[in-house]
Design a protein around this ligand. Structure first.
Ligand code: GLN
Length: 535
């Protein structure tokens, strides 16, 4: 018997960056811990087909799913909180929706009709919103952007129509708003929330629950006022204070009875909630025994959302090791051979980040040379691994001109374009994307971290380790400890004679989950902690 799915729509008002993604993931976790099958979908109103072609400064990290979709970083939050893998069905952009409708129009599927936003675009959105109908007990749908934006209109309209079709008992509207504290008046102000709800209502959507982001406690009288003006029950006006850790948010919501209200309003049977493991995880984040500092070397360090999954993976791996990982952000462009010692000597480990293009690459290579020669734990991800191979080829194997053909085409491209990437013209969605299997060498550091031989990790790159140089580099001590099952693609390199020096062609950070963490991050933090404890 298929389940009847209940839907929760999450919209945001007043301003962006209020944390709709965390709110959606937190509600999802609370319902999951009550025993419901939950999934979360994200709808982004922009015209790009996906964020894959956007600059990290614009969009933050591009999150890649197992099935190779390049998606919004909120999908990362969903996976980390729910401990479940998302897929391309969990996300859509206005660009994708229009692309599909226009493709169908060209095929003649709407022959005779004028193709319009309502009903054609909204029908396509509704179909995508119901991709998991009957599969999950609860489908949470986060609508990107801020209420009042022109772009979000078709999405709000689709959610309104769906609410009508599915019936009141099956749909809940949660609106995230902001209640600013005005210092000169010494007061929390409710007007922006009133306006935001008014805009939502103009679109025919009445919020059932308001999550009010605020820096100061929202007292009962303010909650009453918001309830009255926004037409929401007082108990459903929920304070959402800034949290020390984003992982505390589910517990803050639970303390305010949010999950109870959600279950009651959706007619979900009230099962007992189990937050014990989560609470232990949060406790370990907040009261760690040890502290270490890890340098994150990258070129997008001014915009930290570009490395979201990496910083979250450090929080998880830190919790596993009872350690707080303090990240020192280091601009790769600023590292020279002369300054490397001064910039890196006091670090307990360094991670060289993924990236595209030549800017900052020589700085990354300088950093790697320093940590390789000085026994500082090193973790290279994607471009970080490629830089480690270049550095090793230049400074250990004596190939002075070693480079990646992404930066300089020549005779010594130890990193080179894969065969199936040659001649690729379309930039969108054409990299090696998504999950690929990898076999680990017994006795390696990688194997010691994972503890099993066959793994699967997610990719997002065009260039690869060039096998023409494999024998030479291996003869100088570079170990290819993880390769594709057919042995052709080098996925992990490491150095045996170093406390911990591992580079991976894939993106392990995308599979780090709250509570459990990721084996490689856990091992890297452990190695860095060992260095810290020796001081
Ligand atoms: N620019 C490199 C490539 O395309 C690395 C990509 C990355 O770090 N994600 O292969």
């Amino acid at each position: 018997m298929p389940k009847t799915s209940k839907y929760i729509f999450i919209t945001g008002g007043v301003l962006s960056s209020l944390g709709k993604g965390i709110a959606s993931a937190s509600i999802g976790l609370l319902l999951k811990q009550r025993g419901f099958a939950v999934t979360i979908l994200k709808f982004d109103p922009y015209i790009n087909v996906d964020p894959g072609t956007m600059n990290p400064f614009q969009h933050g990290e591009v999150y890649v799913t197992d099935d190779g979709a390049e998606t919004d970083l909120d999908l990362g939050h969903y996976e980390r909180y729910l401990d479940e893998s998302m897929s391309r069905k969990n996300t859509a952009t206005a660009g994708q929706v229009y692309y599909d409708v226009i493709t169908r129009e060209r095929r003649g599927e709407y022959l005779g009709k004028t193709v319009q936003v309502i009903p054609h675009i909204t029908d396509e959105i509704k179909a995508r919103m119901q991709a998991f109908h009957g599969v999950y007990d609860v489908v949470i749908i986060e609508i990107g952007g801020t209420v009042g934006d022109i772009e979000s209109l078709p999405f709000l309209e689709a959610s309104r129509q769906l609410g009508l079709e599915l019936g009141k008992n099956n749909v809940l509207n949660v609106h995230l708003t902001y209640v600013p504290f005005i210092r000169s008046a010494g007061e929390l102000k409710t007007k922006p929330s009133q306006h935001s709800v008014k805009t939502l209502m103009e679109h025919g959507i009445m919020p059932d629950i308001l999550l009010c982001r605020a820096e100061q406690k929202i007292d009962k009288d303010i909650r009453q006022k918001i309830a009255l003006f926004c037409n929401v029950e007082e108990r459903s006006v929920i304070e959402a204070l800034d949290a020390e850790s984003i992982y505390e948010v589910p517990m803050m919501f639970a303390r305010r009875g949010l999950d109870d209200i959600v279950c009651e309003k959706l007619g979900l049977k009230r099962s007992q909630i189990d937050l014990e493991t989560w609470a232990r995880f949060v406790h370990r984040i907040k009261s760690p025994k040890y502290h270490i500092t890890i340098g994150l070397v990258g070129k997008y360090v001014r915009y930290k959302d570009s490395y979201k999954s990496i910083t979250e993976a450090f929080i998880h791996a830190g919790a596993v090791n009872n350690t707080k990982v303090v990240v020192r952000w280091i601009d790769s462009e600023a590292i020279t051979q002369e300054t490397a010692a001064e910039q890196l000597a006091d670090l307990h480990g360094i991670l060289v980040a993924p990236g595209f293009g030549s800017r900052g690459v020589e700085g990354k290579i300088n950093a790697i040379q320093y940590v390789r020669e000085n026994g500082i734990p090193f973790f290279g991800i994607c471009l970080g691994m490629q830089c480690a191979v270049i550095e090793f080829a230049r400074n250990v194997a004596g190939i002075a001109e070693a480079n990646s053909s992404e930066f300089k085409k020549g005779k010594f491209n130890v990193i080179d374009l894969m065969h199936d990437q040659q001649g690729v013209v379309d930039k969108g969605g054409t990299m090696r994307l998504g999950a690929y299997p990898c076999s680990l060498e017994a006795g390696s550091k990688a194997f010691a971290a994972y503890k099993y031989e066959h793994i699967s990790e997610r990719h997002r790159h065009r260039y690869e380790f060039n096998n023409d140089f494999r024998e030479l580099l291996e003869s100088h001590g570079l170990k290819c400890s993880g390769v594709s099952p057919d042995g052709h693609l080098v996925e992990i390199i490491e150095l045996a004679k170093h406390p911990w020096f591992v580079g991976v062609q894939f993106h392990p950070e995308l599979k780090s989950r709250a509570v459990t963490g990721h084996p490689l991050f856990t091992a890297f933090v452990k190695a860095s902690l060992k260095r810290a404890l020796k001081e």
